[in-house]
Design a protein around this ligand. Structure first.
Ligand code: SF4
Ligand code: SF4
Length: 376
């Protein structure tokens, strides 16, 4: 993006402030009246309009990059709510592409080192434990074993034996022929690359992924991590369809007998990259209902959901701030009366866990599925 293009996009924002709030007519509690994780926790410059005006200043050359602008930029979780809400009004400020462009062009010395370090984990497949999947009948298209559908081995599962076993077990239960590139895995890309402003690295990885998907005739890719689903949906040029693992679970529950889970009422955290970016709001709720659980929705849910605070690299770069963001979410969860938050994102799980109140629990939808099918 050129400076002129950035300016053109940033000028869409007239600082009306609508994206600060919620779109419902009534607000049950003052704590729930604003919605940008960084803006509601910090102050004006950290709100979407503040960031958009900084972008305008930088594009015009009226502002120079400094630590304060960098701090506001990396306190944003890239949750996408501001862009979504802005587009519901009379403007459409493409705030996500503006914020991603700022992360791409910020001077190197202002880039958070932790974020730059994290990039490695989304490009390397060394030390992966994917062979475990073979014991559940999962085949490798790279070895010439035909499979139309594959599991995408993202960085949160690629070396996580216990999660791979749960997923492998559920795939086996489904009886479906699902493959996974195990001997020569696909680059485990996710939003980390956008968070760190490494669009060029993502492009290279996507080219490799697209080539392999096309070469092996893959029609569908199942993603466990919403942060991978989100970049694959946005940036792949292949003809494959990318779906959340929650869709696979919802279908499995309809087709194969399972036991109902017995536990107190739960609430559900919509992961931003599953809901807002990949528009998957239905399947996780079908899974929760199919498992026999009582769902108590938080006031901000679905396309008005509040980010847990992990995204945008905040969890990696500013873990204490991510924890503060997560406490906002727990306050809302507590207001439902439920003490358990179910989610379908490994990063929401980590962040909500680190700020859970006494008696609070965070449960991964995959583990609940495995439990319902008798996984030990
Ligand atoms: S991004 Fe859109 S909703 Fe937010 S302040 Fe700017 S114009 Fe208003
Ligand atoms: S993307 Fe989310 S955290 Fe970032 S400015 Fe927009 S609403 Fe705030």
């Amino acid at each position: 993006m050129t400076r002129e293009e950035l300016l053109e996009k940033a000028l869409c924002c007239n600082r009306c402030g609508s994206c600060r709030g919620v779109s419902q007519d009534t607000v049950p509690h003052q704590d729930f009246s604003t919605q940008c994780p960084s803006g509601m926790t910090l102050f004006g410059a950290y709100e979407p309009a503040g960031l958009m005006y900084s972008a305008k200043g930088l594009a015009l050359g009226a502002l120079e990059w400094d630590k304060n602008i960098a701090d506001a930029l990396y306190s944003c979780t890239l949750c996408g709510y501001c862009e979504d809400l802005c587009s519901r009004g009379y403007r459409h400020t493409p705030s996500i592409s503006i914020l991603e462009e700022l992360r791409r062009t910020i001077p190197e010395n202002l880039k958070p080192k932790n974020l730059t370090k994290a990039v490695k984990s989304t490009t390397t497949t060394a030390g992966n434990k994917l062979d475990i999947l073979k014991s559940f009948g999962i085949t490798d298209p790279g070895e010439g074993k035909k499979a139309d559908t594959i599991l995408f081995a993202d960085r949160s599962i690629i070396a996580n034996q216990s999660k791979l076993k749960e997923i492998g077990f559920l795939i086996q239960k489904s009886g479906k022929k699902i493959g996974c590139f195990m001997n020569d895995p696909l680059p485990p890309v996710d939003t980390t690359l956008m968070n760190a402003g490494k669009q060029d690295v993502l492009e290279e990885c996507m080219e490799e992924i697209d080539t392999l998907l096309e070469t092996h005739g893959i029609k569908q890719v199942i993603c466990y991590s919403p942060e991978s689903l989100s970049v694959l949906v946005r940036f792949s040029n292949s003809r494959a369809q990318f779906v959340s693992i929650t869709q696979f679970y919802a279908q499995l529950l309809k087709k194969k007998a399972h036991k109902k889970l017995k536990m107190p009422a739960v609430t559900y955290q919509d992961p931003c990259h599953l809901g807002r970016y990949a528009k998957e709001y239905v399947a996780p709720r079908q899974v929760i209902a199919g498992l026999g659980l009582t769902l108590k929705e938080m006031w901000r849910s679905g396309d008005n959901s509040l980010c847990c605070g992990a995204g945008g690299g905040v969890l990696v770069d500013k873990p204490k701030l991510a924890k503060r963001y997560a406490s906002n979410r727990w306050n809302e969860a507590k207001a439902t009366g439920a003490k358990i938050i179910v989610t379908a994102c490994p990063f929401c799980t980590i962040n909500l866990n680190q700020s859970k109140p006494k008696g609070g629990k965070v449960l991964d939808i995959t583990s609940l599925m495995a439990q319902a099918y008798g996984y030990k």
